[in-house]
Design a protein around this ligand. Sequence first.
Ligand code: FAD
Length: 307
Amino acid sequence: SYLYEIAKAAGRQPVSFEIFPPKGDLTLEAAHEVAAQLADLVPDFVSVTYSAGGSGNKQATADVAAMIHDDFDIPTVAHLTCLGATEESISHAIDDLKRKGIASVLALRGDRVPGAAPAEDAPFRFAKDLIMRLADEGFCVGAAAYPEGHIECTDFKASVAHLKQKQDAGACFFVTQLFFDNAYYYRFRDAADAAGIDVPIACGVMPFLGKAQIQRMVFMCGASLPSPIIKLLAKYEDDPASLRAAGIEYACAQLVDLQERGADGLHVYTMNQPDIARACTSALRASWSSAASGERTGKAGDRADDG
Ligand code: FAD
């Protein structure tokens, strides 16, 4: 995918950020302020989430993605979900994306509403159905990957097989669900390799900021909480500022390890908080330059990602 080419040419991994469009009445100004701060960090791309539910403005994602591209010259990826979508609503969304000059889309099914199973005959039952449609329309299409398996799918092998179907449908890059133990990513990447998945699988990393946030995320996506995090949550139970700082530090350490071990890409869930993106970028750059200077002086240089 073109999103990964600049980084690849520079011999490093792509670093990208996720943001969400302002909720409720769209204020492009608020998104503009966040985007300006993220643009200063020169990410390889910024992705903008999509919310199908409620009375939200369905064009907000495309508007924010276009704004980031047009005002800051940063490549953007607009997320799009297809749960409950019709041929007509998807055509409408595609027209809107094209009109706004969006070239790249992260194609998702969307989260199920509790108790409402997706209709078996829905035109876009799985993300792969949307991927196929968007690829046919000429978009650069990305999709979601789940190193610990998707919450509705308890079979790891089936998770990998579903990922392969997404690649076969036209996905040319993946971004993972958050995980707090990098071992899950390494195992998943190996399984994906064995299944013939040869497009980049970028790591989605989200810092934990507080107990309520982490509980919500874990229950929503089924990610495992390793014991060092549980201990930090206990240690800083009454000190939210220190807990937030510890969460960002943990995410930075995760990213540096993923970079050093040659993960395909590093995608930070910024939650529209630019200081998170700043801390992650600094940690990655510091580690990158110390590895590069080690290589120059013939020391260290045990990076595994040069292939
Ligand atoms: P699918 O790939 O369709 O998978 C859904 C379920 O069906 C899985 O359990 C899968 O294993 C199973 N499955 C797939 N294919 C088959 C098949 N052929 N037969 C049987 N079962 C199958 N949600 C939003 O609403 N907005 C966003 O902006 C958003 N951004 C996200 C970004 C990332 C990086 C990630 C990882 C997730 C994001 N999500 C977003 C959440 C996503 O919508 C949910 O995780 C959703 O539950 C599944 O989406 P999917 O695209 O992976 O679906």
